[in-house]
Design a protein around this ligand. Structure first.
Ligand SMILES: *Cc1c(COP(=O)(O)O)cnc(C)c1O
Length: 398
């Protein structure tokens, strides 16, 4: 067998510390390695494979489109991107869309749009308030926007124009709002930051504040959107609507796509002010269209909600079985984290892998669970059983 790990070490810029697993095949909520060993996947491409691996709707859409038309310039009309645009707009509270290729590109574009609005309507205001512990992507500007020192420190000095204040604290936002602020940008639930769910009124208060000041509310729904938290968009469950929203991860059913959406009032880009060569690509858009259609027709967000409830119940059972080990279970829908009393997440993730379960160690003391939204009750139960087994093998449970 080829030693792929050796090749990676030799040739790759080593920006990710990979798990010792080479995935060669995926189907539904399972993946396989080269030796044929099967794993239950609770990482799902980092909350990307919303319908699981190689869902027939996605596979068929890609196959069909790839034989028809793969890529053209956005100088011309193509049908898949317009079908996707129509379906997304009709099923959201937003009016206009711009398609791109990734999450960072979507949030970066959302900030550009808010700055454009600031220049036109807010006396040139340009600063964006963001939350501590947030994650908005890896471009220089989005690293500056993200409230995590570990992503920022290697790249200082960072682009200016972002004010980072405590997440889930409305007073901090109010205090930071000056005449040069054009927008507030938040994740409805923080994902990479450790699955942090704000208090129920926080987003409503932020919405009210942005309305009062006339500034833009951008919601980064890259991880929470497209059913992940139990509603099509997380903001629906918090009872608010954003002015601008970014999407990516689950949108393409596994293919790389991002989107900026905005209310008419905030959709202020004019010809030439923003663009993308690959954005709106026919193949990725065909996949995203069929993914979204399947999600809507089969009420997949409802399954995410129900399975999230079941996962929470089963994890509570696991917590009771190992007293003192699990200190917190948090999340929304199928974006969950389990926190432990010590920094065992990395070794536990390794034990889970050995047991046949993929999980993400999102924090030194917490793992994140984000399976496909089509996960079944049986697979939820199996995952918690495997987690139990891994805890026992680690020798930390009672
Ligand atoms: C993953 C993520 C991003 C960045 O997406 P990329 O596709 O990796 O650029 C931005 N914001 C949030 C909330 C994310 O979860």
């Amino acid at each position: 067998m080829v030693d792929w790990m050796e090749i990676e070490k030799k040739h790759f810029m080593r920006t990710v510390e990979r798990a010792p697993l080479t995935i060669v095949k995926g189907q539904g909520s399972h993946v396989w390695d080269e030796s044929g060993k099967k794993y239950l996947d609770f990482v799902a491409g980092w909350a990307v494979n919303s319908l699981g691996h190689c869902h027939p709707a996605v596979v068929e859409a890609v196959r069909r489109q790839v034989g028809e038309l793969i890529q053209t310039s956005n100088h011309y009309y193509t049908i898949p991107q317009l079908q996707l645009a129509q379906l997304l707009v009709e099923n959201s509270s937003l009016d206009k869309i711009f398609l791109c290729n990734s999450g960072a590109e979507a949030t970066e574009g959302a900030v550009k749009l808010a700055r454009r609005y600031g220049k036109l309507h807010l006396d040139g205001a340009y600063e964006v308030i963001t939350g501590t512990g947030s994650f908005h992507g890896r471009t220089l500007a989005m690293v500056s926007a993200s409230g995590q020192l570990k992503h920022q420190a290697p790249y200082t000095p960072l682009p200016a124009g972002f004010i980072n204040v405590e997440y889930n604290n409305i007073e901090a936002i109010k205090k930071a709002t000056s005449r040069t602020v054009c927008a507030v940008m938040l994740e409805p639930v923080q994902g990479e930051g450790g699955v942090n769910v704000p208090s129920p009124d926080y987003l409503k208060e932020v919405r009210r504040w942005c309305d009062e000041k006339g500034i833009v509310l951008i919601l980064d729904e890259i991880q929470t959107g497209i059913g992940r938290t139990g509603t099509l968009f997380a903001h629906q469950s918090f009872g608010i609507e954003p002015d601008i929203m970014s999407l990516a991860k689950g949108l393409g059913g596994g293919l790389p796509i991002g989107a900026i959406m905005a209310k008419d009032k905030f959709s202020v880009f004019t010809f030439g002010e923003h663009g993308s060569t690959f954005g709106g690509n026919p193949v990725t858009c065909a996949a995203a269209f069929e993914t979204l259609k399947f999600i809507l027709e089969n009420d997949v967000p409802r399954n995410a909600y129900d399975m999230g409830q079941r996962l929470t119940e089963r994890l509570n059972g696991l917590s009771a079985k190992h007293p003192g080990l699990i200190t917190n279970i948090r999340g929304k829908g199928l974006l969950m984290a389990v926190q432990f009393s010590s920094d065992i997440a990395k070794t536990l993730a390794q034990k889970c892998l050995e047991a046949g379960l993929l999980v993400n160690d999102v924090k030194p003391n917490a793992i994140r669970l984000m399976p496909a939204l089509t996960i079944t009750a049986g697979e939820i139960d199996e995952a918690v059983d495997l987690l139990d087994k891994a805890i026992t093998r680690l020798g930390v449970g009672n």
